[in-house]
Design a protein around this ligand. Sequence first.
Ligand SMILES: Cc1ncc(COP(=O)(O)O)c(C=O)c1O
Length: 475
Amino acid sequence: MDLLEMLARYAASGACPMHMPGHKRRALGGGLPWQMDITEIDGFDNLHDAHGVLKESMDRAARLYGSDRAFFLVNGSTCGILAGICAAARPGDTVLLPRGCHQAVYHGLELRGLVPVYLPVPVDEAFGVCGSVRPQTVAAALAAHPEARLLILTSPTYEGVISDLGSIVALAHGAGVPVLVDEAHGAHLGLSPCFPGGAVKAGADIVIQSLHKTLPSLTQTALAHWNRGLTDDGELARQLSVFETSSPSYLLMGSMDRCVRLMEQRGAELLADYAAALESFDRLTAGLRHLRLLCRGRDWKSAHPEIFNFDPGKLVISTRGTGLTGPGLMKLLRREAGIELEMALGEYALAMTSLCDTPQTLGRLAEALRTVDERLPPRSEKSCPAAPPLPPVRLRMDEARGLPGMLLQAEKAVGRVSGELVWAYPPGVPLLAPGEEVTAPLLAALREMTGHGVALHAERGNPPKTLWVVKNSGT
Ligand SMILES: Cc1ncc(COP(=O)(O)O)c(C=O)c1O
């Protein structure tokens, strides 16, 4: 019996709940599964001290992926990344990472007071997305920073770009440095020859995967994997109890339990069907004249030397040179075909697929793309500005966050220390982190990027007009 079946049986048992949750499993209106929403009662184990049904379920997840230990996460990959970073590094440690990591990684660095050393990552010129982290870049960084205590990577990226994890992990381990991989977008990897790879199989020490992003599981569900060697699973478990609720939802855990069982029992078959559906999508879109799909159809992977490998489940649709922006394409597909994409930025849009897609759903998208493509005017090339050089670091991230800040017109912020993160999409790389100096070239680049339709994001400011800086940090 799986966890959701246990919950259904318990709901029908007539037991009188003199415990949380406050809704007492009574229907307070339709649409929510109140009856199966329980707390840690007898027979249902305890996520933070698991010995029963939850432990069995997490052990099953570890066996499925081949890790030495797996943890259920009910607060997304976010809590796993925070816990993983805090478990693997001590305050003040030096950490190697590519600049394009998710915010959760930056928050982890800040919370632990870590010193980041950014690995340069090539940008794929044709599509404007970040490429793979090169093993030789990691080797050089390890040699230049023998004090490094952790390497953090994101693979696949949001856009599906995969790095050569096998080679990179071997290099890091050779230097005694553990590797944490944000594999939030890769829970479907390594379970079948159709979607090979995966960070667990590559030997990474801590791997965080969002089940909810690419597999059939409820939003917020994720896994943290631990592999024996350079980090301590007890410390990872302790850090998870810091960052994760002490009242985890049984519905979320039931969803993870079912997802893992499904992949164990039918994963190979479902992933083979999924791969076949993607291949038929490729055939249907092979004739697109203006829109281009990254690493598929007439866009050969070999044309992207900066990309080591690519997740075929991600459909990156470039509108470059068509007179249509990524957000414009997203709007057209919504309005004319009833198709909602995952995101759109600058000159591309991203469709996320999963094994729950079918030849019909992918065929519908292919048909809509063909219809848009036929109407597009001839191509005219224009390219996005390159990201500016990294700004000088004046304070550690946690130090800058700890100081009072203020909002300034951007030109008045030059020479001051940033109190916030500023991102550019595409390619999703932070241009400014807390503690870094706002420079004139950076500001000029921010303005040029906005002019090219690149969306800038900040936590408190509104770049390129305003920025949040540390008070009294002028030069
Ligand atoms: C690369 C990456 N890492 C981590 C996360 C955080 O994952 P979650 O939403 O499961 O907390 C995201 C979310 O979009 C992401 O794109």
